[in-house]
Design a protein around this ligand. Structure first.
Ligand code: TUI
Length: 299
């Protein structure tokens, strides 16, 4: 029941294959990459594992249309979508036999994609890193569970067995991003990993609300500069230009000054480097432990 979040510039074949080998659902993030990059990553993953995996299609990507074709051509078993409304692709994906699992931040989008044949939805709370909605995981998940008759995967603020156990009060699974940032198989920059390991409960902030695309990241020179520009009323276009490239600078170059280190609020609890297998095992074993103890609360 553990999905690995489709983190842009981070969730590649290395991380996704390790998570799938460990019994989770590894997910390659297509992010803003083109069809050739994605095809190579899928082939690399398949060379490392024969377990099921997913591709995250970031719907704001300029390459979303070609990426949507690649997942069909490559017979990808699961497609997770994010940062938009995926309905224009869902008929073709369903006809290709792909399990389509949109990430939603609202009940309205959950209902819409359920009507269009989604296999499940990921209900992602505002605790998450990256592009976020406004509603917290605690409030969003049960409302989505009540609104749709397909399985709901909870995301946002989950990084250990306690979070998994809490999510199971309604959800059928969890999606975890932040904790996998420090996985041995995660190819993100050392700078990024160090920042996650050092983070505490107040280390992240959301910027970009004025653009309609709020994004949560670790506080850094970039988030300070961005927030200042936003408060000064800099245009949405200029803010967009500031964001361009900042993700890559964080994930690949480890550029502290200019990078945007996307990260969830739960980073304060992520303190130990581990393999993807150790992380998946700890999430599942930890949940089992908590759930067994939970009967102490009932007569
Ligand atoms: O997509 C994410 N998280 C992301 S995507 C990303 S890459 C990026 N690059 C530049 C700008 C923005 C993002 C980094 N992190 N999570 C899933 C998610 N989807 N969270 C929120 C939503 C969402 C929000 C509004 C989905 C749909 C939506 O509206 C749909 C509509 O009705 O148009």
């Amino acid at each position: 029941p553990v999905f690995q979040g489709g983190m842009a510039w981070i969730a590649d074949a290395s991380l996704a294959s390790a998570v799938s080998e460990a019994g989770g659902l590894g997910i390659i993030a297509a992010m803003n990459a083109d069809a050739n990059w994605l095809r190579d990553q899928i082939h690399e993953l398949r060379a490392r594992t024969d377990k099921p995996f997913g591709v995250n299609v970031m719907l704001m990507s300029p390459f979303a249309d070609e990426v949507a074709r690649v997942v069909i051509d490559e017979r990808v078993p699961v497609v997770v979508t994010g940062a938009g409304n995926p309905t224009k692709y869902m008929k073709a994906w369903n006809e290709a036999g792909i399990k389509v699992i949109p990430v939603v931040a609202s009940v309205a989008l959950a209902r819409l994609v359920a009507r269009r044949g989604a296999t499940a939805v990921v209900a992602e709370g505002t605790e998450s890193g990256g592009h976020i909605g406004e509603t917290s995981t605690m409030a969003l998940v049960p409302q989505v569970v009540d609104a749709v008759d397909i399985p709901v995967v909870a995301a946002g603020g989950i990084a250990d067995g306690r979070g998994v156990a809490a999510a199971f009060m309604g959800a059928a699974g969890v999606q975890v991003g932040t904790r996998f940032l420090i996985a041995d198989e995660c190819t993100v920059s050392e700078q990024y990993k160090e920042m996650v390991l050092k983070a505490n409960d107040t280390s992240t902030r959301a910027t970009g609300r004025s653009t309609g695309h709020p994004v949560r990241a670790l506080k850094s020179p970039f988030t300070n500069a961005y927030a200042k520009s936003e408060a000064a009323g800099v245009s949405v276009e200029e803010l967009g230009a500031m964001g361009t490239g900042a993700l890559r600078k964080a994930a690949k170059d480890g550029n502290y000054e200019e990078g945007s280190f996307l990260c969830g609020q739960i980073a304060g609890m992520v303190n130990e480097r581990q393999s993807a297998r150790e992380i998946v095992d700890d999430l599942v074993d930890g949940a089992e432990h908590v759930l067994k103890g939970a009967c102490a609360w009932v007569a």
